[in-house]
Design a protein around this ligand. Structure first.
Ligand code: SF4
Length: 213
């Protein structure tokens, strides 16, 4: 049985990697976190500054302390109080960093990166500013197409994120998006990266495990 489940995943991953390559991205699949970490550290080797997007996935890899130990200046706004000038400056510095590491809300089998967020620093930094961007995601973030990507955000990613931020939004109770007008609404910008942005190298890294939400 496992053999068929794995065979099914293999088809999904292979199709996804091929679509991203066709769209100008670099695309990789790693069986272990260690391989992904090595890949990211190699990418960072010639970088002085590294920005970390608001992502559980990148932090779960333990990459932040490793980068700091390697002498990089790491812009990680999760260490700062939200909305303070220091935190906002950290987000701005992410957009000027040599390398930006983030995850995504969804990766499509048709080769697009889809995100929805409230502030916009992640979406900005992914498209222009940093010379290199690594988007790392568990295989659970892979969906068939753009419609499925939006559904994934509204049924899972955004309600869980709102819950984690203790927001007073209807999705926290309902478990799915109600397209709210709450002041606490976290969904303010949706980004679809259809092709590699003209002046930014983006590496898409898919991990062979469920990671993040
Ligand atoms: S729009 Fe509102 S209800 Fe929908 S996921 Fe975002 S915060 Fe929740």
């Amino acid at each position: 049985m496992d053999e068929f489940v794995e065979g099914h995943w293999r088809i999904i991953i292979d199709t996804t990697l091929e679509s991203f390559e066709k769209h100008g991205f670099e695309a990789f699949f790693f069986r272990t976190r260690q391989e992904a970490v090595k890949f990211i550290m190699d990418k960072a080797s010639d970088c002085s500054t590294v920005g970390i997007g608001g992502t559980h996935t990148a932090r779960a890899l333990g990459i932040v302390p490793m980068l700091e130990e390697a002498g990089k200046v790491v812009y990680d706004h999760w260490k700062l109080n939200i909305g303070t000038e220091e935190e906002l400056e950290c987000r701005r510095n992410q957009m000027r960093s040599d390398l930006f590491i983030t995850s995504a809300n969804a990766l499509t089998m048709t080769g697009e990166i889809v995100n929805r967020e409230g502030v916009g620093n992640r979406i900005n930094a992914m498209t222009f500013g940093p010379k290199k961007v690594v988007v790392v995601a568990g295989r659970n973030k892979v969906v068939p197409d753009l419609d499925s990507a939006i559904a994934r955000i509204e049924e899972k990613a955004a309600p869980i994120r709102a819950m984690s931020l203790n927001r007073k939004t209807p999705c926290v109770k309902a478990g799915y998006c109600m397209d709210c007008d709450a002041p606490d609404r976290i969904c303010r910008i949706t980004s679809i990266i259809h092709r590699k942005p003209s002046f930014t190298q983006i590496s898409v890294v898919i991990l062979d495990e469920e990671l993040g939400y």
